[in-house]
Design a protein around this ligand. Structure first.
Ligand code: NAD
Ligand code: UD1
Length: 334
């Protein structure tokens, strides 16, 4: 199948391009490089043995998108492109509504014009409200707590409405829990700009001596060691979920939302200790206040992904820590 991958030079998109190419698909990437580098293209090709096509394009450029789809008849779209920093979305909501919602609207309109009727969308567990009780199933109420999460839900609703309007249009929204780690080759991974907000890249930078210590946000939560619990999954497992979602769309009409997670909760201290143990490296840390807006315990019920997509995670927390550290040490993360 020939596919358009928006945001394909980014963290999750680049890992998915590798899996798509290795599964025999042809890949055309559209990315404006606002949070990634074209240097990743050659590394995707090195791992997969095949190169993706690349077009530097902003999704809000309707004419550019139309020209791209005219020249590249694609069977489906994998839609990763978007901005994703929660705190920035609170400070500058219009940036998020413009980039994520407008960008998606422009993309879906171009798809309609060129008769492309399959889309896999990067959604997030952040669409569930803070009240959701773990394990969280897809039927849990949605109530995102910030503008970023609201853009994800709005895009899901747009896709749901498109599927109702056109019975041939099919969409699956994959609700990711906490993707971490890097490709086992050490050639691609997450390259956050500035100081990282998320736990795993922060741990990596402390271990590498770039940051002095990890602040553990909250030590008095009602959990076994007092720190908050999340469902971390390896980015390669996540990428494979997208390949499975493509097969699923061939079989199942309409709109679906599917969680991608392990179904297991890991605390901040467990993550830290696992990282130190498997990598034989010290990660100094200290307790800090709870981070505003954080949930205590969030992990997935991934049963639907198992039955519908025939997907489950294969990589362990140890794999995630080992691969993240290999990528950090490669020097390519900087
Ligand atoms: P990323 O920033 O590494 O990748 C996003 C890519 O989209 C970047 O390469 C960026 O240059 C590009 N992009 C952004 N706006 C664009 C636009 N208007 N036009 C064209 N390209 C544009 O982020 P990621 O972690 O790979 O996330 C990919 C998707 O998954 C995002 O939609 C994100 O919201 C979603 N998601 C990520 C996580 C996570 O923890 N990383 C969790 C849940 C959902
Ligand atoms: C964050 C985003 C969420 C996104 C998710 C996946 C926020 C509020 N939420 O959630 O929208 O979908 O990432 O990438 O940003 N921690 C520390 N010290 C640190 C960093 C994190 O103790 O320096 C703790 C956090 O308090 C949390 C856990 O580690 O308990 C995981 O944090 P993080 O990686 O930021 O993920 P989420 O909070 O799940």
């Amino acid at each position: 199948m020939k596919l358009l991958v928006t945001g394909g030079t980014g963290y999750i998109g680049s890992h998915t391009c590798v899996e798509l190419l290795q599964a025999g698909h042809a890949v055309v990437i559209a990315d404006n490089l606002s949070n990634s580098s074209s240097a990743v293209l050659e590394r995707i090709a090195r791992i997969a043995g095949k190169a993706p096509a690349f077009h530097k394009l902003d999704l809000r450029d309707a004419q550019g998108l139309q020209a791209l789809l005219q020249r590249n008849p694609v069977a489906a779209v994998m839609h990763f492109a978007g901005v994703k920093a929660v705190a920035e979305s609170v400070a500058d909501p219009l940036k998020y509504y413009d980039n994520n919602v407008n960008g998606s609207l422009t993309l879906f309109a171009a798809m309609r014009e060129f008769g492309v009727k399959r889309v896999v969308f990067s959604s997030s567990a952040t669409v569930y409200g803070a009240q959701a009780v773990s394990p969280i199933g897809e039927r849990a109420a949605t109530a995102p707590a910030n503008p970023y999460g609201r853009t994800k839900l709005m895009i899901e609703e747009m896709l749901r409405d498109l599927c109702t309007a056109d019975p041939e249009f099919r969409a699956v929204a994959l609700r990711y829990f906490n993707p971490v780690g890097a490709h086992v080759s050490g050639l691609i991974g997450e390259a956050p700009q500035g100081t990282p907000n998320n736990l795993m890249p922060y741990i990596c930078q402390v271990a590498a001596g770039k940051l002095p210590e990890l602040r553990v946000f909250g030590k008095d939560y009602p959990t076994k060691d007092g720190t908050a619990i999340r469902d971390y999954l390896h980015v390669t497992d996540l990428a494979r979920g997208h390949v499975q979602a493509l097969d699923y769309l061939e079989r199942v009409p309409g709109f679906s939302a599917v969680n991608l997670g392990t179904g297991r909760g890991t605390s901040v201290l467990e993550m830290l200790q696992t990282f130190e143990r498997v990598n034989q490296v010290r990660v100094p840390w200290k307790s800090a206040d709870r981070r505003p807006g954080d949930t205590v315990i969030t992990y997935a019920d991934p049963a639907l992904a198992g039955t519908a997509l025939n997907w489950r995670t294969q990589r362990t927390l140890e794999d995630m820590c080992r691969d993240a550290w290999r990528w950090q040490k490669s020097g390519l993360a900087d």
